[in-house]
Design a protein around this ligand. Structure first.
Ligand code: BGC
Length: 461
């Protein structure tokens, strides 16, 4: 196998692999206060001056609310067979309560789903990508049992309404980031600064909401549906020698252990706290951070069908003489994205293997990508060679994970279009499609055509 040739690797990808792209409601939709939509915590947070870069907001964003047909036309041109997007809870239920339905909001998502189907693009719905109805936050948010109850009902409604046309659903996107950036560090909505114990309790509430939603969705579905959630957190990989030599098994085991160790460095950003509870029904071990374990984990883990992973980078680990993990410092000039995140493709191979060995669930890459300093060149095109190189490298490693036996079902590139990157505003461009915000013009980047060719090649296999 030509190790550096992605064309050789995709031959090993499973049949019916879902090649897709992803987005989220607040980051692209705009239309923040029209057609009956209620406010979300992100509407409130980003409209407070100083909370985001240059105080930018998602009020208009990519105006996907009015451009969704154009965007899906482009998805068709790209050739993807799946599209992961999220529903804005307050666009459907403006005050969070599931008894007051906003019909224009429902129509918007109906139209998206139906238009995707016209092009054989499978819609994958995320219920919650961070835009909690503001009224619910005002009443205590996730700490109030009523929010959990309303989420359960919202989930049941979405499943009942869409399951004749949608098979795949994610409940919550990245509970880890919600609790850490939103409720502990306060740089995301709702901008709280809870202590460690309350933050962990918040995470527990999200696990509870997820579990209630799974059961409610199964009970309300019109047909068999597949449910998961999108997790993120620290992942590690062993030192990989240059050439074809394999990593030392001691380094592999040290990387595995470092990936799942809960300590002062990792308690906010790790897979195992949420996933052990929600998938294995196992109480996370908080002894190293001095917090009592959750005592109801066996009730938090209704069966799910897949695990969604959002993977951007990882940490290299070696073993010391006693087998303990040592994190390798980055050398000077280590490759980084525009956001200064390290480029570490090997995480896509070893990280997946570690996760799969622990949770034994089919895996969807729900997000992977990078921000680049993309510009429109004089020729009117966007030459994002860094993104193409990144995609190449990470997808080859995904191929290695598949070869090693990991059951990977799909890859959703983050993101389809450039969009509102939370507290970084519009500084960061993650899209395969460039957005010229003043004109709302869409310009497919070079990576769009690269990805298109790859998908076409796969289809011809
Ligand atoms: C989130 C996305 C975000 C991306 C890049 C993920 O944490 O789910 O909403 O845009 O990372 O930061």
């Amino acid at each position: 196998m030509g190790d550096l040739n992605i064309s050789d690797w995709i031959k090993n990808f499973p049949a019916n692999f879902k090649w897709g792209a992803a987005s989220s409601s607040y980051q692209i939709e705009g239309g923040y206060n029209i057609d009956g939509k209620g406010a979300s915590i992100w509407d409130t947070f980003s409209n407070i001056s100083g909370n985001t870069s240059r105080s930018e907001t998602g009020n208009i964003a990519c105006d996907h609310y009015h451009h969704f047909r154009e965007d899906i036309d482009l998805m068709h041109k790209l050739g993807i067979n799946s599209y992961r997007f999220s529903i804005s809870w307050p666009r459907i239920f403006p005050d969070g309560r599931p008894d007051h339905i906003n019909s224009p909001g429902v129509k918007f998502y109906d139209d998206i789903v139906d238009y995707c189907h016209q092009f054989d693009i499978e819609p994958i719905i995320t219920l919650f990508h961070w835009d909690l109805p503001q009224v619910l936050e005002d009443q205590g948010g996730w700490f109030n049992p009523q929010t959990i109850l309303y989420f359960e009902r919202y989930a049941a409604w979405v499943s009942q309404h869409f399951s004749n046309r949608v098979t795949y659903f994610c409940t919550i996107n990245e509970p880890q980031i919600i609790s850490n950036l939103g409720y502990h560090l306060g740089i995301h909505a709702p901008g709280r600064h809870l202590d460690k114990e309350r933050t962990i309790t918040l995470l527990h509430q999200l696990a509870l909401a997820h579990s209630k939603a799974v059961t409610a969705m199964r009970n309300s579905a019109q047909q068999d549906i597949k449910i998961g959630f999108a997790s993120t957190g620290r992942l590690c990989y062993p030192h990989c020698p240059k050439g074809n030599a394999l990593p030392l098994s001691s380094d592999i085991e040290a990387a595995r252990s470092a990936a799942f160790t809960t300590n002062e460095d990792s308690w906010t950003f790790c897979h195992q706290i949420f996933c052990d509870a929600a998938i294995l029904g196992k109480a996370p071990d908080f002894s190293s951070i001095g917090i009592a374990p959750w005592d109801d984990c066996e009730t938090l883990c209704p069966a799910i069908d897949f695990l969604g992973l959002n993977i951007y980078n990882g940490s290299e680990v070696t073993a010391d003489a006693s087998g303990n993990p040592l994190f390798t410092p980055h050398y000077t000039g280590f490759p980084r994205t525009a956001l200064k995140w390290p480029v570490t493709p090997a995480v896509m191979n070893y990280g997946l293997q570690f996760i799969y060995d622990r949770y034994h669930l089919p895996i969807f890459i729900c997000e992977n990508g990078l921000s680049c300093n993309d510009v429109v060149s004089l020729d009117g095109k966007v030459h994002d060679t860094n993104r193409i190189d990144f995609l190449n490298r990470y997808l080859i490693e995904l191929g290695r994970a598949i070869q090693a036996g990991v059951d990977v079902r799909g890859y959703m590139h983050w993101s389809f279009t450039d969009n509102f990157e939370w507290h970084s505003g519009y500084d960061e461009r993650f899209g395969l499609v460039y957005i010229d915000y003043p004109s709302q013009k869409r310009i497919p980047k070079d990576s769009f055509y690269w990805y298109k060719n790859l998908i076409r090649e796969y289809k011809m296999l």
